[in-house]
Design a protein around this ligand. Structure first.
Ligand SMILES: C[S@@+](CC[C@H](N)C(=O)[O-])C[C@H]1O[C@@H](n2cnc3c(N)ncnc32)[C@H](O)[C@@H]1O
Length: 242
C-alpha cells in the first residue's frame, strides 16, 4: 500500500485556538489521522486538542492511535513500532492522505521524523505544518520574553548523565527545560534564579507558576515546561498567575 501524501502537523500546546489555519484546513480534509500516545490506557493529547475539528468533519475519517512508549528498551520499542506499522497500514488501506499529529511543533522532540523514517518506503510526498511550541505558549501566558537582544537560549530535554547540559546551563542566558525531572543539579546551579513553570499549558487545567527555582515545587509533571531567565528581575515571586 502507498500513502500519496503524509503531513506532519504541529497542533500547538493544547489550546485548539492555537492551531494554525493551515493545520485546521489540512485536518478537515485528510483521509486518516495518526495520533500517537504513550500508553495503551491513555488518550492522545494531540487528538484531544483537535477533537472539535474531528466532530465538525463531514467526510469519512479514520483515526489510528498507535502506542509509542517512553522507554529506551529496544525490544519493547521494536515491538510497538512494528505494531504501529500494522495498525497504520491496516487503517490506511486505500487512503490518499494521512496526517500525523503532534503536540507543539514537529521539529521539537516529536516522534514525527522517526515515524517518517519508518514509513518512508510507502510515502510519496511529505509536508510539515509547524505548530506553536509549548515554550512559546508559556512565554506568552507569563508575558515574559524568552530572549531579547543578544541573549543565548538553550533547550535542555534532560540533564541526567548529560555533561553537555551542565556546560549549556552555565553558559546560556535563558534556559528551557522540557519535562523537568532529575533537576537537583540545576537547582544547585540556579536555585536563586527567577523561573516560570507552565503545566499543561493550553489545556483546561493549565497552571503557570513563577518564583525562584527552589520556590517552585511542582516541577516534575510530564507536561511541564520550565523557563529560567538568569538576568530577569521583573518576574514576580511565587505568584500563581492562572
Ligand atoms: C516530547 S516533548 C514535545 C515538545 C513539543 N513538540 C513542542 O514543540 O513543544 C514533550 C515536552 O514538551 C513540553 N510540553 C508539551 N506540551 C506542553 C504543554 N501543553 N504544557 C507544558 N509543557 C508542554 C513538556 O516539557 C513535555 O514533556
Amino acid at each position: 500500500m502507498k500513502i500519496h501524501k503524509l503531513y506532519g502537523i504541529g497542533v500547538g500546546p493544547g489550546d485548539p485556538e492555537l492551531l494554525t489555519l493551515k493545520a485546521y484546513k489540512t485536518l478537515k480534509g485528510v483521509d486518516v489521522i495518526v495520533a500517537p500516545k504513550s500508553r495503551e490506557d491513555k488518550k492522545s493529547l494531540a487528538l484531544l486538542t483537535i477533537e472539535e475539528i474531528i466532530k465538525e468533519r463531514e467526510s469519512e475519517l479514520r483515526v489510528v492511535e498507535p502506542v509509542f512508549p517512553m522507554t529506551k528498551d529496544s525490544a519493547k520499542l521494536d515491538f510497538y513500532w512494528k505494531k504501529a506499522r500494522e495498525e497504520v497500514l491496516g487503517k490506511g488501506v486505500g487512503c490518499e492522505t494521512m496526517a500525523f499529529v503532534t503536540l507543539g511543533d514537529p521539529s521539537m522532540y516529536s516522534t514525527f521524523y522517526r515515524f517518517l523514517e519508518f514509513f518512508k518506503d510507502v510515502v510519496d510526498e511529505v509536508e510539515v505544518v509547524p505548530g506553536v511550541t509549548s515554550f512559546s505558549a508559556c512565554s506568552s501566558i507569563a508575558k515574559v520574553p524568552i530572549a531579547e537582544g543578544n541573549e543565548i537560549v538553550s533547550i535542555v530535554p534532560d540533564v541526567k548523565g548529560n555533561e553537555n547540559a551542565v556546560h549549556v546551563i552555565q553558559n546560556s542566558d535563558s534556559l528551557i527545560f522540557l519535562k523537568p525531572k532529575n533537576i537537583e543539579k540545576i537547582e544547585d546551579m540556579l536555585s536563586n534564579k527567577k523561573a516560570i513553570l507552565g503545566v499543561k499549558v493550553g489545556f483546561k487545567d493549565q497552571e503557570m507558576l513563577t518564583g525562584t527555582l527552589s520556590e517552585i515545587k511542582e516541577k516534575t509533571h510530564y507536561l511541564a515546561t520550565l523557563i529560567v531567565k538568569k538576568g530577569k528581575k521583573s518576574l514576580e515571586v511565587k505568584r500563581r498567575i492562572l
